[in-house]
Design a protein around this ligand. Structure first.
Ligand SMILES: Cc1cc2nc3c(=O)[nH]c(=O)nc-3n(C[C@H](O)[C@H](O)[C@H](O)COP(=O)(O)OP(=O)(O)OC[C@H]3O[C@@H](n4cnc5c(N)ncnc54)[C@H](O)[C@@H]3O)c2cc1C
Length: 384
């Protein structure tokens, strides 16, 4: 039996960032990860995720500003480049760029943005098609998710975190409100609190744990992403959210797209329901065909043969809000619904503060928030 102040379960973006945030504050941490670090079975692998500031929700808007500052700090502190600025665009009949601009104009949190016509957008970003107004905002770009997980773990280890890969947590014993014992194989660690950052494993793990903590309804889906080379890789493409009948996101691929500049394209709002063990990386050809049709119709600047593809798991709540809450000494941290990566360093701080009892849970992210079984709010967050 060893002791720590906080045990973290899971080394995806959430668990790794929490260990980093706690350890740099001098907190003793033990982190258990069921698989090898950087594995591809969960939600945090790959060289590209979108950072963007466009949310129709004041809380997330404020959080994007905090996260943006923290990405800069993380890069400075680690000496690693993790975020590339490209700018971002929103467009499409169902995306309502003008409505987003009107919402942003009313917010105290200022997000630089401009509306441009479809014609101007086609001149500015050749290789994409537009049929209506386009919202551009400059504070957007791509995050290297693999490098970010590695950086969090390296920095956490440098600050003394005990990192235990390939050590699945099997049982958690709760002793009142301020102590737990976490059991994983030969290891048992007693701590003041435990952070569950199990990602898509959470909906099975938590009910089976016997901790008596109810989750809001969550659905795990398998998402398919495809990387297409640029035909004329001159200008940098922005990150894109486009909604007609389906919602698509696109962003520069990073190293997953191979040596030539490529763009990752994927559907956000649908994917086959699955469980972590079941999907094991298999790719359904019908999802490939959908994205190929999309690329041919809307992104003629891309070659219509993908050079790479991958699958990844979303864990989505009905309202698409995160779950960041605490019951006794157990913190439940599930920032997914397809939009958690951009907040990674901030989430480490927020979850670490919950674990130390330094912060009250945000009501919007509570386990038992009202209306948690209903569908998305009108102002529901947006992907990527
Ligand atoms: C295809 C895709 C694209 C995305 N694009 C964007 C984007 O552009 N922008 C954005 O902001 N967000 C995006 N996201 C969302 C973002 O990537 C996720 O919010 C984030 O990766 C969630 O990380 P996590 O740590 O919560 O989960 P995970 O990365 O799945 O980590 C959970 C970890 O817990 C471990 N674990 C589980 N059970 C146990 C146990 N019993 N013991 C020990 N360890 C355990 C697992 O092995 C795993 O490593 C995207 C997600 C996907 C899937």
């Amino acid at each position: 039996m060893t002791d720590a102040e906080v045990v973290v379960v899971g080394a995806g973006l959430t668990g790794a960032s929490t260990a980093w945030a706690l350890a740099r504050d001098g907190v003793s941490v033990v982190l258990f990860e069921a698989h090898r670090f950087g594995h591809t079975l969960g939600s945090s692998h790959g060289s590209s995720r979108i950072f963007r500031r466009i949310y129709r929700d004041p809380l997330y808007l404020r959080m994007t500003a905090q996260a943006q500052r923290m990405w800069t700090d993380l890069q400075d502190e680690s000496g690693t480049s993790l975020l590339q600025w490209t700018g971002g665009i929103d467009h499409g009949r169902m995306r309502d760029p003008e409505g987003i601009a009107a919402f942003l104009a009313e917010q105290p949190e200022k997000v630089p943005h401009e509306l441009v016509s479809a014609r101007e957008a086609e001149d500015r970003w050749p290789g994409m098609c537009f049929t209506g107004p386009v919202l551009f905002h400059p504070d957007a770009g791509t995050i290297d998710a693999d490098a970010t997980v590695t950086t969090f773990l390296t920095e956490a280890g440098r600050h003394g975190t005990r990192l235990l890969p390939e050590t699945p947590v099997e049982r958690i014993d709760v002793h009142g409100d301020t102590a737990v014992t976490v059991h994983a194989g030969e290891e048992s660690v007693r701590a003041h609190s435990v952070v569950l950052a199990n990602g898509p494993w959470m909906p099975d793990f938590l009910p089976a744990s016997g901790l008596g903590i109810d989750l809001p309804p969550m659905q795990v889906t398998q998402q398919h992403v495809f990387h297409f080379p640029r035909r004329e890789p001159g200008t940098t493409w922005p990150v894109v959210v486009h909604k007609e009948d389906m919602q698509v996101f696109a962003l520069p691929s990073g190293s997953d797209g191979g040596p030539r500049p490529a763009v990752k394209v994927a559907q956000h709002d649908a994917g086959p329901v699955t469980t972590p063990g079941a999907s094991a990386g298999g790719l359904d050809p019908s999802w490939r065909d959908r994205i190929l049709d999309y690329v041919r119709a809307w992104m003629p600047g891309l070659e219509d043969v993908p050079v790479a593809d991958a699958t990844c798991l979303y864990t989505t709540t009905a309202d698409e809000d995160f779950v960041l809450d605490r019951r006794g000494p157990v913190v439940v941290a599930s920032p997914c619904s397809g939009h958690g990566a951009k907040f990674a360093p901030l989430l480490g701080q927020l979850v670490g503060d919950l674990a130390r009892g330094r912060r009250r849970p945000e009501p919007q992210f509570a386990l038992d928030r009202p209306g948690r079984t209903t569908g998305p709010r009108a102002s529901a967050p947006v992907p990527g």
